[in-house]
Design a protein around this ligand. Structure first.
Ligand SMILES: Nc1ncnc2c1ncn2[C@@H]1O[C@H](COP(=O)(O)OP(=O)(O)OP(=O)(O)O)[C@@H](O)[C@H]1O
Ligand SMILES: [Mg+2]
Length: 207
């Protein structure tokens, strides 16, 4: 048995593989139903209803698909933004306006993103909500992502000072686990939406 020191990369990697397989094995029908249920969650979410600029993502690897929710947001005149890999600063994301006519490219992970146009990029502080994909979450809001640290970096100032956009995790219910092995740089999420419910962890804040 490995010892139980804080850094346990194998445990994180093993959990990533397990939960990624779990979400990848959802059927197309299940994925579509989940995506529609997410729209229903958005319709009753006070911060989403109040927001003007919302960052989302395009689903990859069996992630909960926000596209129907994006269409609903567009119909309500909300501005939608997508992450773009920063061209010069590795590990960082830019957020660029996404419309039905945005030219798209595949990034080096094979994920579609808007073709970089700095006139359409906003500073993080201009966003009201950043919806993050995730691989696994637990009942304290701890988040395991795909392993790039992109969202941990994006949300670092929110974590340290509660400054900036509200982080909102999006996940299938089957991505919940007993405990995510946490590292010091991981940013726990204050809220997570799944197709069936809104988890609110903000009362667990120590501050
Ligand atoms: N705020 C940060 N500053 C510098 N490096 C960071 C920061 N956050 C995470 N990292 C680095 O990123 C790497 C990946 O982190 P981690 O395994 O937590 O990714 P993840 O949360 O699964 O990915 P993502 O956020 O992209 O979904 C780690 O090596 C970590 O050191
Ligand atoms: Mg992390």
């Amino acid at each position: 048995m490995p010892d139980t020191q804080a850094a346990a990369p194998d445990a994180r990697q093993t959990l990533r593989q397990l939960i990624r397989q779990r979400r990848q094995s959802l059927s197309q029908d299940e994925q579509q139903a989940a995506a529609q249920q997410l729209v229903a969650r958005f319709k009753e979410h006070p911060e989403i209803l109040a927001a003007k600029r919302i960052a989302l993502y395009l689903a990859n690897d069996g992630e909960l698909n926000p596209l129907p929710a994006i269409h609903w947001l567009w119909a309500r005149q909300k501005e939608v933004y997508l992450p773009v890999l920063h061209p010069f600063t590795p590990g960082h994301l830019l957020f660029q306006r996404y419309t039905a006519t945005s030219p798209m490219l595949r990034n080096r992970f094979g994920i579609p993103e808007p073709e970089l146009d700095m006139s359409q990029v906003v500073p993080h502080s201009m966003l009201d909500i950043i919806c993050t994909p995730l691989v696994a979450f637990d009942a304290a809001g701890n988040r395991l992502g795909m392993g790039g640290g992109y969202y941990d970096r994006t949300l670092a100032s929110w974590h340290e000072h509660r400054l900036g956009p509200l982080p909102l995790g999006l996940a299938h219910d089957c991505q919940q686990v007993d405990a995510v092995p946490k590292e010091q740089w991981d940013v726990p999420l204050p809220q997570i939406l799944t197709p069936t419910r809104c988890w609110d962890f903000s009362r667990l804040d120590e501050a």
